[in-house]
Design a protein around this ligand. Sequence first.
Ligand SMILES: *Cc1c(COP(=O)(O)O)cnc(C)c1O
Length: 356
Amino acid sequence: MLKYRNGLKDIPVYNTREQDWDIKVNANECNMNLPPVVEERLMGRLSCLAYNRYPTEEYDALCDQIARNHRIRKENILLGNGSSEIIEKLFYCFGGNKLRKIVYPAPSFSMYPIYAQAAQATGIPFQLNDDYSMDVEAFTETVNGQKAGLAVICNPNNPTGNGFSVSDIEYIADHIHPNCALLIDEAYMEFFGHTAAALLHDHPNLIIARTFSKAYALASARVGYMLADERIVSMIEKAFMPYHMNSLSLAAADIVYQMRHEYVPRIQMIVAERKRMSTMLDKLPGVIVYPSETNFLLIRYSKAALLTEYLASKKIGVRCFGKDSGLRDCIRISIGLREENDIWYDAVKAFVEERA
Ligand SMILES: *Cc1c(COP(=O)(O)O)cnc(C)c1O
């Protein structure tokens, strides 16, 4: 018998296997590749990287750029292989044993409980209301009552789609114990338009995580970052290996960030499509559509599993949550291109109208 680390065998697998989808709307990716002008600049950059060197220059260049945009210092920034790596390291750094409590909303990002378990911490799910809104006072009381070391909010929330106001986040930041770190996972912020970043100045326990994977359509490169007080950055940094980012991904993210204005019309288009699809889905019998501030929609339908199977038979991939608590009979559909949205919508419509 091999002597694996305690608890490893109980950690669930996050299934990343994919079928051969014609329409892939199951992972909240962007269904458009790089804008051509961005691709052209990136190809030029990739031809002159110092492939023989560790990636310090590219790392600093991206940190500088992000810092300038947020009017903070590069010491306030930590880059990761996707914001996933950052979140995983934060859980690790604030975990370590059962007495370390990490509070996160439920339903929310399915990786939070897994990271808590992997960090050997005690994960404490805080139940959202039936409409997925949050009782911020009760959340704060839970965090303080548990003497938590880390509290997490996903804003806007995945997979429910709703956003929490900056004043709600501020209430939490103001009322949780200052020795509890507060992570705001802003993976979908660009579709929402509201950020808690302005609160960083007055709240040295606040951490904001962002990603290039969603609005910036760079999921392949695995780049994310966090903004926080430099004392937090220098502690969390210790959990990473030296030179943990690679130059190719850093160069791609650097160019995408420089050219982020190119993404504004695309983001607007996705938001407009989300609104169009939401209105259309709302008209279908038996389908509940939840409000969304993201690039996806969450729907509830009594035959969700059968609908998902039907869509799969049409080579349309969506994410079904089956019996997950708070997400029973829910399906998450990412917003694709207009033509793709019309195709999956027609299939959903045919199924619910029993023409399928
Ligand atoms: C997609 C996502 C992330 C991070 O994705 P990366 O590709 O690892 O940057 C983080 N949090 C939530 C809630 C997400 O949906």
